[in-house]
Design a protein around this ligand. Structure first.
Ligand code: SF4
Ligand code: SF4
Length: 364
């Protein structure tokens, strides 16, 4: 008999599981014990949730805001606080809050006092202004036009009271995005960079630094073409097509778009991701051309706090920003907030499907 036939087939390699890990091993033991058996939950005070199980067990969740981008010392401090009050169990929410799971009522107030002592405000639950979601910025991304976390810090210094109280008509989610691609997603109020001029090309550097096909492919509206300039291979931009998104800058640094004067900030309102009470909505731009003015961004701060103040006074209970604007209409929104209206705002342009570069093929 053929020897190859007698040999046992090699054991098949098992697939490696790379999906979401099983969360049970990370949960507080009380949560694992009562998983799926909760009777109700309530909020004894802003920043604290209490879950009551059918078994009679209770667990308190204390939510605190963080600065999102944290050094090791801060993370160690938060872990020490978790060991002391929460049997070592914490989790982070998508808006960079930290939540401590506490099994005894008498530990809740000391935990809050300790968090506040170290500068972590407790709040962000219910109808409050959430911590601001912000995009990666200078730390992890290659195209930011501003320091998203700096805008967050400047804004939250103003809004900390609204984070710690639950006095808004409904929850208010805020986000900041450091380029027009806006990986910050939808929010009730979003602050987004707005480049107002196409990139300026340094033709002497393009041939040395840049991979031209990569740059050409990167443009979402096919506005970049290879070109010979002064006898050297370079690029040119069709400025009638360019929408100033800034995506070409990373593969080609000689195409500089960030500009102290022409890179601005815009405010968008009325976005929401959830299906709760109404379908998800896209936000619309209501203020543009605000100066990108570090370190405190006072002009942005003024517009955001003004919109929030009017929304708080005028919206009915449980109306999200988009519901409120739907009810009163855009003309009333601009009247009430006293923001100047131009034809470029609340754009509902539908032409993107035919003009966006939706494939990876290079087109000229
Ligand atoms: S918003 Fe733009 S620049 Fe900022 S992290 Fe996202 S993709 Fe990068
Ligand atoms: S990638 Fe964006 S900024 Fe660059 S040319 Fe295209 S549209 Fe303009």
């Amino acid at each position: 008999m053929n020897q190859a036939v007698q040999e046992k087939p090699a054991a098949k390699r098992k697939p490696k599981e790379t999906g979401v890990p099983d969360n049970k091993k990370y949960l507080h033991p009380l949560m694992t014990k009562n998983y799926g058996k909760w009777r109700y939950h309530d909020r004894p005070r802003p920043g604290v949730l209490r879950h009551v199980a059918h078994s009679g067990d209770q667990i308190w969740t204390v939510r605190a805001g963080t600065q999102r981008q944290m050094d090791v010392g801060t993370i160690r401090l938060l872990c020490d606080i978790a060991d002391k009050y929460a049997e070592g169990h914490v989790r982070f929410t998508i808006r960079s809050n930290i939540e401590f799971m506490v099994s005894k009522a008498e530990k809740v107030d000391p935990l809050i006092a300790e968090l506040e002592k170290h500068g972590f405000p407790v709040g962000g639950t219910g109808n409050s202004v959430s911590m601001i979601a912000h995009t990666q910025g200078w730390l992890h991304c290659d195209i930011p036009g501003t320091d998203a976390s700096g805008v967050v810090k400047a804004l939250m210094d103003e809004l900390i009271v609204e984070f710690k109280r639950e006095e808004m008509p409904n929850r208010v989610h805020l986000s900041t995005s450091c380029c027009e691609i806006n990986c910050g997603g939808q929010a009730d109020i979003a602050i987004i960079v707005q480049h107002t001029k196409p990139p300026v090309i340094n033709h002497d550097l393009v041939a040395n630094v840049c991979e031209r096909p990569t740059v050409v492919a990167r443009c979402p509206v096919a506005a970049i073409r290879p070109a010979m300039v002064n006898g050297k291979p370079s690029l040119e931009i069709d400025e009638t097509k360019c929408m100033c998104c800034g995506a070409c800058y990373p593969p080609c640094p000689p195409m500089q778009i960030n500009d102290p004067e022409y890179s601005k900030l815009a405010i968008w309102v009325g976005g929401k991701n959830s299906n709760a009470r109404g379908k998800p909505t896209f936000m619309k731009m209501v203020a543009s051309g605000l100066p990108n003015n570090p370190p405190r961004w006072p002009e942005v701060n003024e517009v955001v706090t003004r919109i929030l103040r009017v929304y708080k006074e005028d919206a009915r209970p449980w109306e999200r920003m988009a519901d409120w604007i739907d009810r009163i209409g855009w003309p009333r929104f601009f009247e009430k907030t006293e923001l100047p209206f131009t034809k470029y705002l609340i754009d509902d342009w539908r032409g993107s499907r035919s003009t966006f570069n939706a494939s990876t093929h290079i087109r000229f």
